[in-house]
Design a protein around this ligand. Structure first.
Ligand SMILES: Nc1ncnc2c1ncn2[C@@H]1O[C@H](COP(=O)(O)OP(=O)(O)OP(=O)(O)O)[C@@H](O)[C@H]1O
Length: 650
């Protein structure tokens, strides 16, 4: 490379001497002659091409913008560069100044770039336009390589640089359309400042990187280049922060889709068709949209009655044909209550990764202390470790406490005080009498205790490890055999073990605490069924129970009998729904017969009378068929109407 540079420098000196001694016309004659025999090739890349802007010119501008600083000048002279930054760019952009040259080495081959510009003026010597072009010169023998490799490389790199340098935008909805003026997302959260347990952060980053580098892979397997993440966990555990970190890491825009601001599936469709590639579509608090299913079934009551988006509209957005209209897209659902989400949304292939964000563990606390106070250890850490593992406190609350003082000792003492007061609150709640349903009235519904939200990341295809529930062993717990379980469920567990044996003995979870938790979930489901009548249960509730049972089965709990019973109950609930439709149909047919009869009596002409009589006969046949279906569905239902939903299970 050094010898090439000195050659270029010598060439430049000869050229300048030549310019001093010969007039322009002679110089140009010599240059033409020289070029004819020269082994050099020059590509002229003009700003516009065939009347529109030249893609290669723009790419060259962006590419050289990055390389000008490190590239060599052709003759060792000072490089003249331009520098600028526009509002939507993250960094400065550099460029070659007029008539400047640089050499870029591609696989060791020198590529000489020169930037030119010329002002076009009219007869009054007024400037009308400016022509700009690059000259790329290289040795003729490299022509093939330049065309097939170097120019595509310039274009690819330019695209990457442009993506890297653009500001991340945050798009919101206004009147069922994306706002035209998206704001810059200046959220400072990155994966460096996000505190997370164990390897979870590394796993997420690797997953994102392999997704963005996976264009060819997705093409090869015939799958749309998109990825779905479900982020779940209690409030303040970092779901929104994780989304911001993802967007900053990938430099992807965020499209915040607030479903309650969308009033029809067609508006949803429109919005999704106008989400750009390389973006993250966020649907927060998806558990609220579970109501979608009820709306489909005609439930227009409640706080979601005004929302018209249906479940199938949302499903179509995730994995229907609509989802194919775009590339390199990420869809993120967030929820505080995973168990309230419609199981259809969680089915394999829809949400590829389920990420649980949990309460603050000691490891998360240490990361937060390093971020906020810049300390990796302190004498007070051991006290914090003891308390923090015992109580559910979201990272957001710990972060709030860490901001109260910059002095580590004062701040950590404040945190200890804060955690201790939380612990004493929790103790007083534990000793309060339980509500009718056995729940602690003070504890937020759906929230789990600490161990139940242990951070984990599971594949959407194998939902399981999020079942571990923390068991408060105390006055509310009882031991049945080797297992400790909520006192109110002890009788059910005893009956289950008696009838089905040790259903947890083959479980993939080994500790007694985890096994007890699995049994507690199963018994909780049985308890709900035991207390309910068929008409009390919605299909949604039952599907959610079924999802939990499937999760339990995936960790080898032997409860196929409970699975089968839930399937039967769901079928019965569907029959109830169906039978009311059948009854409605029968009523309509009866009404129609009455009308036909009246019309029949009005007609004096025989053919008309015969026609009406025929129509009446047809309607009667339909009614007969309907009543046969109704009585067979009633027979099926009577099984559950006459006995408990768990009859024969215990
Ligand atoms: N894991 C974390 N690491 C660092 N900071 C965090 C973390 N979790 C929460 N925080 C801090 O708490 C604030 C609130 O957290 P965030 O909004 O991300 O929680 P969330 O889970 O999205 O809550 P919600 O369910 O209420 O929307 C963040 O702005 C951040 O400062």
């Amino acid at each position: 490379m050094a010898s090439t540079l000195s050659l270029l420098a010598t060439f430049a000196i000869i050229r300048s001497t030549f310019n001093d001694f010969f007039p322009k016309e002679i110089r140009e004659y010599f240059w033409r002659l020289f070029r004819r025999f020269s082994s050099q090739f020059i590509l002229v890349i003009e700003e516009s091409h065939d009347g529109s802007s030249n893609h290669i010119f723009k790419a060259a501008m962006a590419y050289l913008g990055r390389h000008v600083l490190s590239a060599s000048s052709t003759d060792g002279s000072t490089k003249r560069l331009t520098v600028g930054k526009n509002e939507n760019a993250r960094k400065f952009t550099f460029g070659l100044d007029k008539h400047s040259e640089i050499v870029d080495f591609f696989h060791g081959v020198p590529m000489k770039w020169k930037y030119n510009s010329d002002v076009n003026s009219n007869s009054n010597n007024q400037m009308t336009s400016e022509s700009r072009w690059y000259e790329l010169s290289f040795q003729k023998k490299h022509t093939e390589m330049v065309m097939s490799k170097y120019l595509p490389h310039v274009i690819d790199m330019a695209k990457k640089l442009k993506d890297e340098n653009r500001m991340v935008k945050f798009h919101t909805i206004r009147r069922e359309r994306w706002c035209t003026n998206a704001v810059n997302l200046e959220h400072p959260m990155t994966f460096d400042t996000l505190a997370m347990d164990g390897d979870l952060k590394k796993t997420i980053v690797e997953d994102l990187n392999s997704f963005t580098n996976g264009k060819d892979y997705y093409k090869k397997i015939g799958k749309v280049w998109k990825r779905g993440y479900l982020l779940y966990g209690p409030p303040g555990t970092g779901k929104s922060s994780l989304i911001a970190a993802m967007a900053n890491h990938l430099n992807f825009d965020i499209y915040n889709l607030n479903l309650s601001a969308v009033h029809s599936d067609s508006s949803l469709e429109y919005l999704l068709l106008h989400v750009s590639n390389r973006s993250i579509l966020v649907i927060e608090d998806i558990d609220c949209t579970v109501k979608l299913q009820n709306r489909e079934a005609g439930d227009q009551t409640g706080s979601y009655a005004h929302v018209q988006v249906t479940l199938s509209g949302v499903l179509n957005a995730i994995d229907g044909l609509l989802s194919c209209c775009g590339d390199e897209r990420i869809i993120v659902f967030t929820t505080n209550y995973k168990d309230r989400i419609d199981p259809a949304l969680l089915r394999a292939g829809r949400m590829d990764k389920h990420i649980c964000l949990s309460y603050c563990t000691f490891s998360t606390f240490k990361q937060l202390a390093a971020i906020y106070l810049g300390i990796s250890n302190h004498d007070l850490f051991s006290r914090i470790e003891k308390i923090i593992e015992e109580i559910p406190v979201p990272p957001a609350e710990v972060a709030g406490e860490l901001m109260k003082s910059k002095d580590p000792k004062t701040c950590l003492e404040g945190i200890i005080q804060f955690l201790e007061s939380k612990a004493s609150e929790a103790t007083s709640e534990m000793t309060m009498p339980e509500g009718e349903d056995g729940s602690n009235p003070k504890q937020e519904k759906g929230s789990k205790s600490k161990a139940s939200t242990k951070t984990d990341m599971t594949n959407g295809d194998s939902p399981n490890h999020n079942l571990i529930t923390f068991l408060a062993v105390g006055s509310n717990s009882k031991t049945v055999g080797e297992y400790t379980i909520k006192a109110e469920l002890a009788a059910i567990l005893r009956a289950v073990l008696l009838k089905h044996g040790d259903i947890v003995s083959n479980s993939t979870l080994n500790s007694m605490q985890c096994r007890s938790s699995l049994l507690e979930i199963a018994c909780g489901i049985i308890q709900k069924l035991q207390a309910a009548k068929l008409e009390d249960l919605t299909e949604l509730e039952l599907q959610s129970m079924l999802a939990s049972v499937s999760d339990l089965e995936s960790v080898k709990l032997q409860i196929s009998w409970l699975h089968k019973r839930l399937d039967e109950i769901i079928e019965a609930v569907q029959i109830v729904k169906h039978s009311s439709t059948l009854e409605e149909e029968t009523r309509k047919n009866l009404q129609a017969i009455e009308m036909e009869k009246e019309l029949e009596s009005c007609h004096t002409q025989k053919p008309e009378q015969q026609k009406k009589a025929l129509q009446i006969q047809e309607k009667k046949a339909v009614i007969e068929k309907l009543s046969r279906t109704i009585s067979s569905t009633e027979a099926k239902l009577s099984y559950f109407h006459m006995r408990s939903l768990v009859d024969g299970l215990l």
